[in-house]
Ligand binder design. Structure first.
Ligand SMILES: NC(=O)c1ccc[n+]([C@@H]2O[C@H](COP(=O)([O-])OP(=O)(O)OC[C@H]3O[C@@H](n4cnc5c(N)ncnc54)[C@H](OP(=O)(O)O)[C@@H]3O)[C@@H](O)[C@H]2O)c1
Length: 286
């Protein structure tokens, strides 16, 4: 479905709002004559307005009174203040899209005085380079057509999947936190290259391209990860020697636990928890 051109009200103009607005501008999804933005930081909003080429409002409230589609792109801790500010000017036709990590539909609905036309999106940092992974969950009051359109907007910055809200914490644990997990793996692979005699920069480039190529084989060629592994691991060869070390160290289980732990933490934060879980506490919840 064509996404169409939207007038978007940007509530917060930080790095994610900028990545989205740039992509929407490039793909002609953004109607610049009907879009407005505001950020509490003068430098952030001015840079945004200059880069995207849209006007600045004088407050979040003015953005909300001028635009029907609102993108909430402030940090989770700042959400309450923004909701409180815009609540008096909210109209039934407003479609509210929040990318704030871990802020539930119910919390948004309460903060907006019962307004129910809300879509929650959990993007990831890959969106900054147009290669993100986003999970979307909409309140039942949002029409299927509107959900498709919001989905189309996030497709401009990468892959999008629709999930029930109960699974958004798992999306946070996997693709939200995943870039950090993969970055750590890439760094470790590069260290392995250095240990084996490669110059640092070359090792890092080889490691990153290896992850990129493997992801493309899975996504574009439709190969299962096990097929790729088996095809590369020849009998008595180099790869099976390395795989043996990884399996002995329990790398699969460790990565599964990392995603599970991140999911638990996302749940805990969404429920208002402040203190980090212990691993034991987290696993005992399973
Ligand atoms: N970046 C990512 O990779 C990523 C991934 C998934 C989800 N998200 C979500 O996306 C949201 C935005 O993240 P980000 O990385 O773009 O954050 P960011 O770069 O820090 O941008 C947020 C902006 O909102 C401003 N702000 C704070 N309070 C405000 C208010 N009351 N009204 C208007 N603006 C206000 C901030 O100013 P101050 O600096 O003064 O606070 C900052 O300029 C977050 O909720 C985050 O959970 C981000």
């Amino acid at each position: 479905m064509a996404v169409g051109r939207w007038g978007v009200g940007f509530l917060g103009t930080g790095q994610m709002a900028t990545a989205l607005a740039s992509a929407w501008r490039r793909t002609e999804c953004l109607d610049l004559s009907r879009s407005w933005a505001w950020d509490i930081q003068a430098a952030a909003r001015e840079q945004f307005a200059q880069r995207i080429g849209l006007p600045l409002a004088a407050s979040n409230r003015e953005v909300a009174s001028r635009c029907e589609l609102l993108l909430l792109a402030v940090k989770p801790g700042d959400v309450e203040a923004v909701l409180e500010e815009i609540r008096p000017v909210l109209r039934p036709e407003h479609l509210f899209v929040s990318i704030a990590a871990g802020v539930r539909l119910q919390t948004l609905q309460d903060g907006l005085g019962g307004h129910r036309r809300i879509v929650r999106v959990m993007p990831n940092t890959g969106c900054l380079v147009g290669c993100g992974a986003s999970g979307i969950s909409a309140a039942p009051e949002v029409t299927p057509r509107e959900v498709e359109q919001v989905e189309g907007l996030f497709r401009a910055v990468g892959y999008v999947c629709r999930v029930p809200e109960t699974l958004l914490d798992a999306v946070t644990g996997l693709s939200g936190s995943g870039p950090a997990f993969v970055a750590l793996i890439v760094e470790a692979l590069a260290d392995g290259g250095v240990l084996s005699g490669l110059p640092r920069n070359l090792a890092l480039e080889l490691a990153a391209h290896t992850v990129l190529g493997t992801a493309r084989l899975i996504l574009e060629d439709g190969r299962h990860p096990a097929q790729i592994k088996d095809a590369v691991a020849s009998p008595g060869g180099t790869t099976i020697a390395g795989l043996h070390v990884l399996e002995k160290a329990g790398v699969r289980g460790v990565l599964q636990q990392a995603v599970w732990m991140a999911t638990c933490r996302a749940k805990e934060l969404a429920e208002g928890g402040q203190n980090p879980s212990t691993a034991e506490g987290c696993f005992s919840k399973k």
